[in-house]
Design a protein around this ligand. Structure first.
Ligand code: GDP
Length: 443
């Protein structure tokens, strides 16, 4: 999970002060020492840490905290606000050109995830903003880059513009924009060349492309797992190209979070998106305030709701509601529901978004992926009739199901009981909603 170490340490530190009715300067000092260490251990740039600590300290020993009724919580509020400010404050939106197509140029070192991000971004623009992007293969040096983009285009059923590797990137980019105009495509996303290290030739080539197509956005793609290196790379690219924003990839595997917390402060350019996995839907708009809440274990309900809205199939939801009303909900529907929850992302990541459900709180709760896998296996080992009429599942059937799913009879029993309780609850709920109509008939 992203920010795991930092989240654990900050939450521990803040826990000590949370309920305090009185907070002294010494308390704040002691706490800030721990926060400072936690940030440094998370590989946050040391200058950034210093500034951050000074700001929080100043506010935490000031009027707004000492005089408040809940000083402990007030300190946490200050930390939350300053973390949010550190990552850029407001969410930074993607540009929309008044004269389409909007041109986005992507830059970054090889392996940062640039080509993958071109695909993810195109997918995001179509899915969430109803846009029609053109993907442009202007990385003519890495042999597989053009093929990789063409494959992504096929997966997404989106057009890819390429002219092979014998034409200059400037010409490819310019022709691509003409093509987008002709075909009424409203976004052009240009994949440029990357190198293993920053060098003059690369920067010159990128500057030439920039000059030729005057992009609306120049996104620098950096690998968050490289920590302070990512911050240095961002600084160099920004000096040369004056980028408009950063896409931070591989945040799913970055347990420290130093790059995410330092980039805005060092480059003064916002993080626009975060890559959260290899799949094409694993790109999230970067919301500083939500990220700060997640780090402090305060959850991120808004992202959770958005995920639910995009992953849950509306027709299925309506069908399900009808089944609940008519009490014809079966184990197959249950399986379907589990599948929908799973499609929202890895469970531990979802749990982090629920307030109070951070790693610490979850230690004794066993809602893990394995357990869901077991539930799925049990249901899959049932016959069609058993799924529809679980009442017929007697002792010998239970044994057969347990063997078939590699679980125990106790596991099967537990699931049957849960399912039964769920049905009872549904019955109560439907009765309640019918209650109003039955009025007058008496009890
Ligand atoms: P490029 O050289 O910058 O174009 O890099 P690629 O797009 O080829 O990506 C390099 C590797 O990083 C690939 O294996 C990608 O699947 C992987 N990758 C890219 N973004 C992410 C991300 O957000 N999370 C994870 N876990 N992997 C990523």
């Amino acid at each position: 999970m992203a920010f795991e170490g930092l989240a654990d340490r900050l939450q521990d530190t803040l826990q000590k002060i949370r309920g305090k009715g009185k907070v002294t300067e010494a308390d704040v000092k002691e706490m800030m020492r721990e926060v400072r260490l936690a940030l440094l251990e998370a590989d946050v740039n040391f200058k950034v840490v210093k500034q951050f600590i000074n700001k929080v300290k100043e506010r935490a020993v000031g009027q707004e905290v000492m005089k408040s009724l809940t000083p402990g919580q007030q300190v946490i509020k200050v930390v939350n606000e300053e973390l949010t400010a550190l990552m850029g404050g407001e969410q930074s939106k993607i540009a929309v050109s008044s004269r389409p197509p909007t041109v986005i140029m992507m830059a970054g070192l090889q392996g940062a995830g640039k080509t993958t991000t071109v695909g993810k971004l195109a997918n995001h623009l179509r899915k969430n903003h109803n846009r029609k992007p053109l993907l442009v293969a202007a990385d003519i040096y890495r042999p597989a880059a053009i093929n990789q983009l063409e494959t992504l285009g096929k997966q997404l059923s989106m057009p890819v513009f390429s002219m092979g590797d014998q034409v200059s990137p400037v010409e490819i980019a310019s022709k691509a924009i003409e093509k987008a105009k002709e075909e009424h495509l409203d976004y052009v996303i240009i994949d440029t060349a990357g190198r293993l290290h920053i060098d003059e030739d690369l920067m010159q080539e990128l500057k030439d492309v920039k000059e030729a197509v005057t992009p609306d956005e120049i996104f620098l793609v950096v690998d968050s797992m490289t920590g302070q290196d990512a911050v240095n790379v961002a600084e160099s690219f920004n000096d040369a190209l004056d980028i408009t924003g950063v896409v931070l990839t591989k945040l799913d595997g970055d347990t420290r979070g130093g790059a995410a917390l330092s980039i805005k402060a060092v480059t003064d350019k916002p993080i626009k998106f975060a890559g959260m996995g290899e799949k094409l839907d694993a790109l999230e708009p970067f919301h500083p305030e939500r990220m700060a809440s997640r780090i402090l274990g305060m959850g991120d309900v808004l992202t959770l709701i958005e995920k639910a809205q995009t992953s849950v199939d509306e027709d299925k939801a309506k069908e399900l509601e009808k089944k609940m009303r008519t009490m014809s909900f079966t184990f197959d529907d249950f399986l379907d529901q589990l599948g929908q929850v799973r499609s929202m992302g890895p469970l531990d990541e979802l749990m982090d978004m629920i307030p109070g459900m951070n790693k610490k709180a979850m230690k004794n709760v066993s809602v893990d992926e394995k357990q869901i896998g077991r539930v799925e296996a049990i249901i899959q080992s049932m016959t069609t009739r058993e799924k529809e009429e679980p009442d017929i599942i007697n002792a010998s059937r239970k044994k057969r199901i347990a063997v078939g799913s590699g679980t125990t009879v106790q596991d099967v029993n537990r699931l049957l009981k849960q399912f039964d309780e769920m049905k009872k609850m549904m019955k109560q709920m439907t009765n309640m909603s019918k209650g109003g109509k039955k009025k007058g008939k008496g009890m």
